[in-house]
Design a protein around this ligand. Structure first.
Ligand SMILES: [Zn+2]
Length: 99
């Protein structure tokens, strides 16, 4: 299994990000479980890791979660005008442990 490496390509290799734990609050409005504890697999490079350990960029209008291995966008959370748009298309899959 390939795991998050934290060695993203230069496009995301800056220090202007939080870890994925910062998504717990905004996503608590969508999921009844703590989604940051789930495991995600990157569609770009196949790396897998806890969503809490991915890189969250909050300076753009939308919150952007990037793969720490390749820098690909995993998740986009856009909240405005009373709507929340959640794009999970950067994940090949997300595994949620129910127990
Ligand atoms: Zn990746």
């Amino acid at each position: 299994m390939n795991v998050w490496t934290g060695q993203a390509r230069s496009q995301a290799a800056d220090d202007d990000y939080l870890d994925g734990n910062a998504l717990a609050g905004p996503l608590s409005e969508v999921f009844s479980i703590d989604i940051t504890a789930a495991l995600g697999t990157c569609s770009g490079c196949g790396a897998e890791g806890a969503i809490a350990e991915a890189r969250l960029y909050v300076s753009a209008p939308a919150k952007i979660l990037r793969c720490p291995s390749c820098g690909a966008v995993l998740l986009r959370l856009d909240e405005r005008e009373g709507r929340l748009i959640l794009d999970l298309s950067g994940f090949r899959n997300v595994t949620i442990h129910l127990d």
